[in-house]
Design a protein around this ligand. Structure first.
Ligand SMILES: Cc1cc2nc3c(=O)[nH]c(=O)nc-3n(C[C@H](O)[C@H](O)[C@H](O)COP(=O)(O)OP(=O)(O)OC[C@H]3O[C@@H](n4cnc5c(N)ncnc54)[C@H](O)[C@@H]3O)c2cc1C
Length: 455
């Protein structure tokens, strides 16, 4: 977790979520029908669906409720560059994995891209989500980005790709075009409230009676006679035990497997993917992608055949470019920079260990996909006007960790583990790397699970 000093003056942007009582004694006296661990894509959706059906729900969230969503401070407070601080000590592969802690989880820092993924793989596992996808797409108001929101840089990339015969298209987004101010800071939390996040579902959940406690990390599930009975964790007032009939872990692909292993499910943790990404940037005479929603376009034509997608994207912040490109990143001129990200469905060979450390090797096959995508990106950028000598490639990174409690290995098709009444509902359950934005599919899976649990 990055720790920065809080600036003396900062813009405060309060989202109107009612914070539930965090009286720990009160929480421990009660018995809940459902305890949901984590308030991101999976957790918030379940909380909303179950509480809308009148069920008694408690969400336990490790991070805090961020009042400054949308500000640089808010972003850094919640951003977790997984293990970046420990790269040299613990993590030989040096792949940066981005996730976020706090109300709404990683959806708060997402780019607002909404694409169905893993439909075929899930069908093979016996899971069809057609109804749930359609419902989520309606609620999140997903539609291709309006051309009026594109920056000059992306318009030029669109032109160049089409000239070269590639199929770049507007990205399907859960961003309300009437509220988007093209600030380009989607990953900072969307100060204009244009982007759907899990906070929208959390808000509805609390309106329907769900309670939430923040700053409380679940460490272990209480298991008695082969069935889940609640969770143990640590909060601001010390150790805590919460009783519940059903426990659902939705702490994300890096944290859920840790809780599972500590609860006796040793198979959890292997099979990690992160949807590896390499950014390709080039310097132009005056084009940039600063004023638009991030990753505004997408080329999906190679997804099935070669396992990668292309999407124009540039980081504006020097600190982010430093993490991606090293010292060279500090010198990149954001106002003259255009870029394209290559995202792959990587091999599921990573591992999350019970102590929370991570191993994420980049295999030869991964490198081959990254290289092929990046070389197309380079061609497009040069055609769009980037100086061919200025082209740089980032280190591999990832922002979609999952697969660590996969369906068929750790959970069954109802997302239940070998422990009765212990379920998992986040990216951990994905049976393969999507290589595509996962939020919509996690939301759809959570809607399906809520129906089963409330039946
Ligand atoms: C920069 C960036 C941009 C992205 N853009 C997109 C996009 O445009 N579209 C898309 O589909 N995907 C996007 N993603 C990926 C997407 O946001 C995540 O894959 C998705 O949110 C994962 O959902 P989840 O439910 O698995 O976990 P999360 O949403 O990460 O939620 C997990 C929650 O659990 C909490 N938690 C963790 N440990 C504990 C614990 N021990 N006890 C209690 N709570 C705990 C965390 O604080 C967090 O709130 C992006 C990711 C990044 C990093």
């Amino acid at each position: 977790m990055l720790r920065l000093r809080k600036p003396a003056v900062g813009r405060s942007y309060c989202l109107p979520i009612q914070m539930a009582s965090s009286n720990v004694m009160n929480m421990q006296d009660k018995k809940w029908e459902f305890v949901i661990v984590g308030s991101g894509a999976g957790g918030a959706t379940l909380a909303r669906e179950l509480s809308n059906k009148g069920r008694k729900v408690l969400v336990v969230e490790k991070g805090r409720y961020e009042k400054e969503a949308g500000t640089t401070w808010g972003q850094f407070h919640n951003f977790e560059l997984a293990r970046i601080t420990a790269i040299f000590a613990k993590w030989k592969e040096q792949v940066i994995i981005y996730t976020a802690n706090g109300a709404g989880g990683t959806t708060v820092i997402s780019h607002g891209n909404g694409i169905r993924c893993l439909e075929e793989e899930l069908t093979t596992c016996g899971i069809t989500l057609e109804g749930e996808f359609a419902e989520a797409e309606r609620e999140m108001r997903i539609s291709p980005i309006a051309e009026g929101l594109l920056s000059d840089g992306s318009k030029r990339i669109l032109w160049a790709s089409r000239e070269l015969g590639y199929k770049m298209e507007p990205m399907p987004k859960f961003i309300d075009p009437s509220k988007c101010r093209k600030c380009g800071a989607c990953a900072g939390g969307c100060v204009n409230g244009a982007k759907w996040t899990a906070l929208d579902y959390l808000r509805e959940a609390t309106q329907s009676g769900a309670e939430i406690i923040y700053n409380t990390a679940v460490e272990q599930v209480i298991v008695e006679n082969g069935a889940a009975k609640g969770v143990k964790g640590i909060g601001p007032h010390g150790r805590i035990e919460i009783q519940s009939e059903v426990v659902i872990l939705a702490a994300g692909g890096l944290r859920t497997p840790v809780i599972l292993q500590r609860s006796g499910i040793k198979e959890a943790g292997s099979g990690l993917f992160v949807d590896l990404v390499v950014d390709t940037y080039g310097v132009t005479k005056g084009l940039n992608q600063l004023h638009e929603p991030a990753t505004a376009l997408v080329d999906l034509e190679f997804h099935k055949s070669k396992g990668f997608i292309l999407s124009p994207s540039v980081s504006r912040r020097r600190v982010t470019n430093f993490t991606k490109f090293g010292v060279k990143g500090l010198t990149l001129p954001a106002h003259r920079l255009i870029g394209i990200m290559t995202k792959i469905a990587d091999e599921t060979v990573g591992h999350v260990y019970a102590d929370g450390t991570v191993s994420k090797p980049v295999t030869e096959r991964d490198w081959a996909k990254l290289r092929e995508g990046s070389s197309i990106a380079k061609k497009i950028l040069i055609k769009a006007g980037a100086d061919s000598h200025s082209i740089v490639f980032s280190k591999p990174q990832g922002g979609h960790p999952g697969g660590t409690a996969a369906i068929g290995r750790v959970v069954d098709k109802d997302l239940q583990t070998e422990v009765n009444n212990l379920f998992v509902c986040d990216a951990s359950v994905f049976p393969a790397a999507p290589g595509l934005p996962p939020i919509l599919t996690i939301v759809a899976l959570a809607k399906r699970l809520a129906k089963t649990l409330a039946a």
